[in-house]
Design a protein around this ligand. Sequence first.
Ligand SMILES: CC(C)(COP(=O)(O)OP(=O)(O)OC[C@H]1O[C@@H](n2cnc3c(N)ncnc32)[C@H](O)[C@@H]1OP(=O)(O)O)[C@@H](O)C(=O)NCCC(=O)NCCS
Length: 218
Amino acid sequence: MEKMPYQPEVERAVKSTADSTTVASDWRERLPVIACTHMTLRDLELTDAPSLLALLSTEEVSRFISPPPTTVEGFENFIMWTHGERQAGRYACFAVVPHGMTTAIGLFQVRQLEAGFASAEWGFALGSAFWGTGMFAEGALQVVNFAIDTLGVGRLEARACIANGRGNGALRKIGAVQEGVLRRSFFKDGRHHDQILWSILAEEWKEAKAVSGSAIIH
Ligand SMILES: CC(C)(COP(=O)(O)OP(=O)(O)OC[C@H]1O[C@@H](n2cnc3c(N)ncnc32)[C@H](O)[C@@H]1OP(=O)(O)O)[C@@H](O)C(=O)NCCC(=O)NCCS
């Protein structure tokens, strides 16, 4: 999962949010609400902070990702930062809200690597109670479609620590292609980890959809 810069640039992000004049139909103004079978994807809201803190700061979820905030306020700052980055047109972060719930149990994020999203990196995390429920694959397919069709991403990268079995299994399952190993590319808790670099190319994704009808799940 890419680094989630939770704390920095918050003041600028909040200012940028207040100054925005973008049109309502633009993803920069507000992300689309995407209804899936088991959950909805939508913009993060400040009220998601407590549930994200409870679910994403556990040891098993945060083990292979950049350290999440440790307080509700820290998550609120992160959420405001995501809104500012969206309005600046560099980044999109979807909250995962299961049907019957009102707050987020996880998130999917996409950030541009090149201006204009020719290439981008994505990352994701769900509360462990929701692992193995099918929510990852459902959300991932929608987020990849959004990245390719709306953001215009041509190449979508993901990095996962080699030891992160679920992270790598999840990426493989939705059709990402393993490209190589990034040696000592992630530092966590006093040690360096090697990461696997995965990619999805827009042309291949569209081709597979045309053949299979909807998804690339292996
Ligand atoms: C990554 C994450 C969002 C995936 O969601 P999930 O619900 O666990 O994913 P799924 O269960 O749909 O898919 C994981 C797949 O990996 C497989 N898997 C699990 N452990 C594995 C292991 N040690 N080695 C290989 N595959 C493994 C699972 O069997 C599953 O495949 P299957 O559905 O064909 O059986 C979730 O595990 C998570 O939030 N992890 C913590 C944060 C994180 O690591 N993010 C990713 C950074 S790249």
